[in-house]
Design a protein around this ligand. Structure first.
Ligand code: MCA
Ligand code: AMP
Length: 498
């Protein structure tokens, strides 16, 4: 058996797979280019045997070709993010023990210092040569991808998904949301997370549809593309809908009418990765005549719960289990709660990941003794539809749709010479879901927040850098000496509560 997503592409040969700037790339081109990349990666080998191949290429045709090329050669794809500073990339490269980092010319300068690090080869896509030879057969249980996600303990963990996991994640969504060949989805999300990779890129390619890219999210450019009239599917995090609404409100009435008319004809609009405020759902409904389809997922399992494509989409709810996904709500002893009571969402199914890379203990802890994956999200089944109530760890923050560990930021902050101690929290905010706040106990004279932002930006991705700072003499603690984060939150000024 080979890779179903790739195998299907021949049937769509002349159709457009990817649109980027003014360029259109067909499924044939994707097959040809990814085959050439796979051959080059193999060189004299017959199978990469799950070697980790990291890559940093712009979202678009190159990205899809590299992803497929790695898969077709038998490697594990490890996508990096251009917004990450070098230390964050080094962490991923070291943790996966990647043998190769593929990049395009645009990133070559930034990545040059990594050449030779722990035997790593940094190679430019433009410099790949010709190679020939057969490609290996890839079984469904082979590891396919490692994506990094924050946890409650320390630095991010690599989530390993197999080809079978990814195929299940794709096919569940394709059938539930009725993807069609004629669809064109606009993808403005980063391609180092499931939302952009699986829900949009892979689902579109599975369906013979077109995935269109914008190099970065920019409201005016999004509306420009919407009104061209070819895109009919859109998916985004709530922050993006918030920003689109704010931009729409600033436009002249004639332009607003044009946009609204176009949006009415869309087939599907989805929100997820963070709770969608009901106010945002309602404002977007006024603009687009669509009730956003809110769904719930996680890097470790793709999508698990979704409002229906056809049928009632309940504001403030995430819907029902997707086909093939088993859901239960459990108490702190991993026992199912009685009907109507809240509990942790636990999940079973072929969509669920296999392991955290190189972390057997963390993997074991993530599952119950009878194999349910613990999400850490609390929910209630309310008249047949799940409603998220929060997380069971106050140290996990969701900002702009990114999952962020407060502890990871604290660890980095404590290495600043002017920081004696600190506490990091997520503060409710209607635009970002949460914005990150840091309470600093200075070591000597207090350092300005601008200096801290700059210093942190060299060490952490910008979305992990706290935006609100307060100086404190001490952190509130309980009798055991543990920082009481909810009390700490109340010390911050109100920042646009959700
Ligand atoms: C950026 N800014 C922020 C934040 N991020 N302020 C507060 N909190 C933040 N988190 C500020 C910057 O400092 C800057 O301010 C200004 O916003 C613009 O920054 P920029 O980086 O250009 O922001 P952006 O490009 O507009 O980004 C917003 C975004 C982005 C597009 C919403 O955050 C994004 O792409 N989010 C999606 C993440 C995602 O794909 N998550 C899915 C994970 P100034 O102008 O003052 O300098 S997968 C998942 O969750 C599961 C599987 C699931 O269910 O989907
Ligand atoms: P990540 O680790 O980046 O994949 O983020 C997964 C987390 O995003 C989940 O554990 C939830 O906390 C959150 N999430 C995803 N979708 C939703 C949603 N529709 N509502 C609330 N939280 C969500």
């Amino acid at each position: 058996m080979s890779i179903p997503l790739v195998d299907r592409a021949a049937a769509f040969a002349s159709r457009t797979a990817i649109r980027e700037d003014d360029q259109k790339y067909s499924y044939s081109q994707l097959l040809e280019r990814s085959e050439a990349i796979a051959r080059h990666l193999l060189g004299s080998r017959t199978d990469l045997q799950e070697a980790r191949i990291a890559f940093l290429v712009p979202a678009g045709f190159d990205y899809a070709c590299v992803q497929w090329g790695i898969w077709r050669a038998g490697g594990i794809a490890v996508p990096l993010c251009e917004k990450h500073p070098l230390p964050s990339m080094e962490y991923v490269l070291d943790d996966t023990d990647a043998e190769l980092l593929l990049c395009t010319e645009a990133f070559a300068g930034k990545l040059a210092p990594l050449q030779g690090r722990n035997g790593l080869d940094v190679l430019r896509l433009e410099n790949l040569g010709e190679a020939s030879g057969p490609l290996p057969e890839i079984g469904p249980d082979r590891r396919a991808m490692i994506l990094y996600t924050s946890g409650t303990t320390g630095p991010p963990k690599g989530v390993v998904t197999t080809h079978a996991n990814i195929t299940t994640q794709i096919t569940t969504l394709v059938s539930s949301w009725e993807w069609e060949q004629e669809d064109e989805v606009l993808n403005v999300l980063p391609l180092h997370h499931v939302h952009g990779i699986v829900n949009m890129l892979c689902c579109a390619l599975w369906s013979g549809a077109c995935c269109r890219f914008l190099p970065r999210f920019e409201p005016d450019a999004v509306f420009e593309i919407f009104t061209e009239g070819e895109v009919n599917v859109f998916m985004a995090v709530p922050t993006i809908y918030y920003k689109l609404i704010a931009h729409y409100d600033s436009l002249p009435t004639s332009r607003q009418k044009q946009i609204s008319e176009q949006l009415r004809g869309f087939r599907l609009m989805v929100s997820g990765s963070a709770a969608l405020p009901v106010s945002v759902l309602e404002q977007w409904r006024d603009i687009s005549s669509h009730t956003l389809l809110e769904r719930y997922g996680m890097t470790e399992m793709g999508m698990a719960i979704s409002n229906p494509y056809r049928g009632e989409r309940r504001p403030g709810h995430i819907g029902q289990a997707l086909p093939g996904v088993r859901i239960r709500l459990a108490d702190e002893n991993d026992l199912p709660v009685p009907p109507g009571e809240q509990g942790e969402i636990q999940v079973k199914g072929d969509n669920v990941f296999s392991e955290y890379w190189g972390k057997p203990e963390a993997t074991q802890k993530a599952f119950t003794s009878d194999g349910w994956f613990r999400t850490g999200d609390m929910a209630l089944l309310d008249q047949g539809s799940y409603r998220i109530l929060g997380r069971n760890s106050v140290d996990i923050i969701k900002s702009g749709g990114y999952k962020i560990s407060a502890l990871e930021i604290e660890e980095v902050l404590r290495t600043h010479p002017a920081v004696k101690d600190c506490g990091v929290v997520g503060l409710p905010n209607v635009e970002w879901g949460e914005i990150i706040g840091a309470a600093i106990i200075p070591d000597g004279a207090a350092t300005s927040s601008e200096t801290l932002v700059e210093w942190l930006g060299e060490r952490l991705p910008s979305y992990k850098v706290p935006r609100v700072y307060i100086t404190v003499e001490d952190l509130p603690r309980n009798v055991l000496g543990k920082v009481t984060k909810n009390e700490l939150k109340s010390l911050f000024p109100i920042t646009g509560a959700a």
